[in-house]
Structure formats: structure tokens, C-alpha cells
Design a protein. Structure first.
Length: 443
């Protein structure tokens, strides 16, 4: 098998997927009376605006917040019930965001506008894009870029390639793997819908070779389509990073500061493509997502379908809780996820996993002095010099940080992983990168 990969850097950390990769997706529903919290910012861009008020009764699938800005995405109720309040609430990202709070009545009474089994091939291009927009679909594998915008780039960017990012290179995460095995037909159909927006474009589902069962299942389904095929990737982190994935599949390099569309490519996550299929073929908005719940502190590791807005504490209780009190809980995986200090927060559109580690597993060794071994440079998939960027960040030297291409950092954490001195390279660089970008936005 001819395995594709990116050309420089990369690492192979322990995969940690054995606890959940063979666990079928289980559906977890919020209890009657549970408070569901829907933040207005679950995506990149401007927050959505509430279109309901305290005391209103809402139905499952009803739009409760509208996208009034270009870079924005609406929000839908994932239960039926009563709006109890609209106020700032804590989110998994650690920020406080204006949120709609709905008490679940346990009836799950659907909005009449929801449909089923639509023939998407009868829809025009604009109708497909509007369905995706109105369904509130954003990237479910990353920062939450509104999907209708990604699928409709400027006319100057001629799209000839759409890639489904099925690498799932982040350790511990297995939701994409399970979706590929359990919802194969719908995944490929979702990609077909997306390809219809760009006539002549080819579709590729890129899967790392540590998932041979998924490669086999998806390849069989793709054989029914002339414009969709599977690309087998070498298992290497961060294979699923957008620029690295595009190079692996097409050999094209996305230039610094440019988006994939500039090279004729669109990349979307597995669960995102499934949400597109649901919106266009069943008239159903984004109300749920699949998350991996795992780690050595967890009683019942597995893959679970949860309702957006569901409280993480309620979820943890329903799936069996902890063996022992976790020393660290990470929203996402160990490389790119963020440690959270409270699980009294809702699942949002971009919630991919809860990794719960014991105190022993989570313990970080102390930093020591850099020995200038160059391992971080060799590991960086962007060809940067993390040791230099770390120094720029520590001295708050914004000009030097930009001159050394710090804004090109993809925040993968490879540098910290290989550092023998256990320097907190990624943490320092990512934090300062955020400060530099905030400064540029102000200017």
C-alpha cells in the first residue's frame, strides 16, 4: 500500500486508542429537568443573537439564536422545554459566554420544520448552502469555522479537491473511526453533497493506516462513486493538520497566511460531513455530536453521542464516573486539547473528547535548561525553530516572534513532546501567539 504523508517533522506518540477504538457509539440523552446551556459563541466569528426570551417554550430542532454577521452560525435547541434564562455562562474553553438556558421537559417534541429523507439531488447550489448555514454546521474537528463559508470560497479560488480529514491522529480520540465503521454510507453521501457544489472536483477520504477496518469499509462504499476515493496515510502526528493533510493527499503547499482554498482544496472533519448529510438529506440541524470519553481515571471509556448543551457532569454520571478523582481533565486530546478546571460546563459544537487522567499520569516533570539539541526543530511539521520562538515569547519580543514565523505555528505540541529538557515550548509559544494575533487585530 502506497502510504501518503507530509514531508518534514512529525512524531509518533503512544496512540492510547485501544480502550475505545472497538467500542460502538452509545447514545446518551439528558434527563428530564436537566438544564441545557447553549453558548452564543460555538464557532469562529461573531456570536449568534438570541431570538427567544425567558419563559418561551421551545421545540427540539428549533432555532434559538440567529447568525446576524457574515462569520457566524445559528444555534438550535437539542431538547424541547422552557427557556429559564439568558445570561453569561462558563464554557469548556474557560471563557464566560452569553448563553441560553433551557430546562429539558423530557418530551423531545420536534419542531414541525424538521423533515426526513429528502432528495438532496433536487436542491440547487444555493439551497444546499442555505441548508448547511441554517443547520448551524461548523467544523466539528477544530476551531469551529462555519461550514457554509468554507464550502463557498471566493470565485477566484477554484476548488478541485475536497478532503475528508479522517486521519484522527490525535492520541486517544476514536470518534471518527467509529463513525466511519457505523455510518459509512451516510459519510460518503455527505461528501457527495459537498462535491456537487464544485462540479468536476474530486473527493478524498484520508485515513491513517492504523485503521485498516475503516479503510476497508469506506473503500467499499467509495467504489460506488466515480469521483470519491480513499487515501491511506502513514500513521504520524500531526497528519490531520490541514496543511500537512493537503500536502500528503495532493502534494500542494498552502502558503503562509493563506487558506486551503487558495490551493483549490477544502478540508472537513468526518463528523462535520455527517452533519452536512443530515442537514441536506433529512432537514435536521446540528444538535448532537460524538465524543470520546477516556483516560486511566475513567470507569467506562467509550464513544458517546451527546446532545449539544448537555452538562458534562450529568454525562459523566450517566456513563459511570471515575475510578479515582482525576488529576487532570482535558477537553480534547493530550496534544492539542485544553485542560479544564470545571466539568460544570456544557458540551458545545467543538467538543471532541474528554480525556481524564489520574494524578500520576498527569504529573509534569520540572523544566530544565534548553541544551540546544535541536529535537524540537526536527519535530516541527512547519519547519519552525521552537526553541527560538520560545525565547521570543519569554522576552515578549513581538517583532522577533513574527520575523521567526511564529504565527505559522499550528499548535500541535510536537516540540514539547520531544524536548528532553521538558521545556513548556508549545504552551509558551501558543499563549504568546494569541497575544500577537490580538495585538494585530487591534491595529
Amino acid at each position: 500500500m502506497n502510504l501518503k504523508t507530509f514531508k518534514i517533522g512529525g512524531i509518533h506518540p503512544p496512540e492510547g486508542k485501544e480502550a475505545t477504538e472497538n467500542k460502538p457509539i452509545q447514545i446518551i440523552m439528558p434527563k428530564t429537568g436537566a438544564l441545557m446551556v447553549y453558548p452564543m459563541s460555538q464557532h469562529i466569528g461573531a456570536p449568534a443573537s438570541p431570538i427567544v426570551k425567558k419563559g418561551d417554550r421551545v421545540l427540539l430542532g428549533q432555532k434559538i439564536a440567529e447568525a446576524e454577521a457574515f462569520m457566524c452560525s445559528p444555534v438550535h435547541a437539542s431538547v424541547s422545554g422552557t427557556v429559564k434564562d439568558i445570561k453569561p455562562m462558563l464554557t469548556p474553553g474557560g471563557t464566560t459566554v452569553q448563553s441560553i438556558i433551557i430546562e429539558n421537559d423530557g418530551l423531545f417534541e420536534e419542531d414541525p420544520s424538521l423533515g426526513q429523507n429528502k432528495d438532496w439531488e433536487k436542491l440547487s447550489r444555493d439551497e444546499i448552502l442555505n441548508k448547511i448555514k441554517n443547520a448551524g454546521i461548523v467544523g466539528l474537528g477544530g476551531a469551529g469555522f462555519p461550514t457554509h463559508i468554507k464550502l463557498n470560497p471566493p470565485p477566484t479560488d477554484k476548488i478541485d479537491t475536497i478532503i475528508v480529514n479522517a486521519a484522527e491522529c490525535e492520541p486517544y480520540l476514536t470518534t471518527d473511526h467509529r463513525i466511519m465503521l457505523e455510518k459509512t454510507e451516510r459519510l460518503v453521501k455527505g461528501l457527495s453533497v459537498m462535491l456537487s457544489l464544485h462540479p468536476g472536483a474530486k473527493g478524498y477520504i484520508a485515513i491513517e493506516n492504523n485503521k485498516p477496518d475503516a479503510i476497508k469499509a469506506v473503500s467499499a462504499e467509495c467504489s460506488k462513486y466515480s469521483n470519491i476515493s480513499v487515501i491511506a496515510l502513514l500513521t504520524k502526528y500531526p497528519q490531520g493538520s490541514e496543511k500537512q493533510l493537503i500536502y500528503a493527499v495532493t502534494g500542494r503547499e498552502v502558503k503562509s497566511g493563506k487558506l486551503p482554498a487558495s490551493e483549490g482544496c477544502i478540508v472537513d472533519n468526518v463528523d462535520t460531513v455527517l452533519a452536512v448529510e443530515r442537514a441536506c438529506c433529512q432537514d435536521r440541524p446540528l444538535m448532537r455530536r460524538v465524543v470520546t470519553f477516556t483516560g486511566d481515571a475513567v470507569n467506562n471509556p467509550g464513544n458517546y453521542q451527546v446532545r449539544i448543551g448537555m452538562n458534562m457532569n450529568e454525562f459523566i454520571e450517566q456513563v459511570g464516573g471515575f475510578k479515582e478523582a482525576p488529576g487532570k481533565i482535558i477537553a480534547g486530546g493530550p496534544m492539542m486539547g485544553k485542560a479544564i478546571y470545571s466539568t460544570d460546563v456544557p458540551f458545545v459544537k467543538t467538543s471532541s473528547a474528554l480525556l481524564c487522567l489520574t494524578k500520576k499520569s498527569a504529573e509534569l516533570p520540572p523544566e530544565s535548561n534548553c541544551i540546544r539539541c535541536g529535537k524540537c526543530v526536527s519535530a516541527c511539521p512547519m519547519g519552525l525553530m521552537p526553541l527560538t520562538l520560545n525565547q521570543d515569547a519569554l522576552f515578549s519580543d513581538m517583532a522577533a516572534f513574527e520575523a521567526h514565523n511564529g504565527l505559522d505555528c499550528i499548535m500541535c505540541g510536537s516540540c514539547s513532546y520531544v524536548c528532553p529538557a521538558k521545556r513548556h515550548l508549545a504552551q509558551t509559544i501558543i499563549t504568546y501567539r494569541g497575544e500577537v494575533m490580538a495585538s494585530k487585530r487591534k491595529k
